[in-house]
Design a protein around this ligand. Structure first.
Ligand SMILES: [Zn+2]
Length: 145
């Protein structure tokens, strides 16, 4: 997990201050709903963050328009990252909540160029429950949509 955790109050977080121009950033792109800038951590060269301009703590706090705009900007940035850095792989990572791995409570998505043995890891402990369990999960979700 990353070492950095932003504990600023909502609306005063480092990304809001960055959007407001109160702290410097290596900006890549911005539009009415999103901003993209170089992650200061640079897990790999070309690592970009795409965030909403408005403070929304997580995906769940973003409007459908903001969620779509972040993905559109991430797609645009990913194409540029691929053209410029030519990585053999590319990972998009969007984390929500402390247990989800989020370290700045302002909705954002990582665009991360990937390379052999780059040190990035996410364990994926498959459980493979019976089909009836999956059907039950799906039924509950359909009812909530
Ligand atoms: Zn914010």
């Amino acid at each position: 997990m990353p070492m950095f955790v932003d504990t600023s109050p909502p609306g005063q977080c480092i990304f809001c201050r960055l959007v407001a121009g109160e702290i410097p950033s290596a900006k890549v792109y911005e539009d009415a709903l999103t901003i993209a800038f170089m992650d200061i951590g640079q897990v790999t060269p070309g690592h970009v963050l795409v965030a909403t301009r408005r403070h929304a703590a997580t995906l769940l706090d973003a409007t459908p328009e903001e969620a779509a705009a972040v993905m559109q900007t991430a797609h645009r940035v990913a194409l540029a990252v691929q053209a410029v850095f030519d990585p053999p792989g590319l990972t998009l990572l969007q984390a929500n909540g402390t247990l989800g791995g989020q370290t700045v409570a302002h909705f954002h998505m990582h665009v991360v160029p990937r390379h052999e043995a780059d040190g990035i890891a996410l364990t994926w402990p498959r459980k493979e429950p019976p089909a009836a369990v999956l059907a039950g999960y799906a039924e509950r979700l359909r009812a909530a949509l």
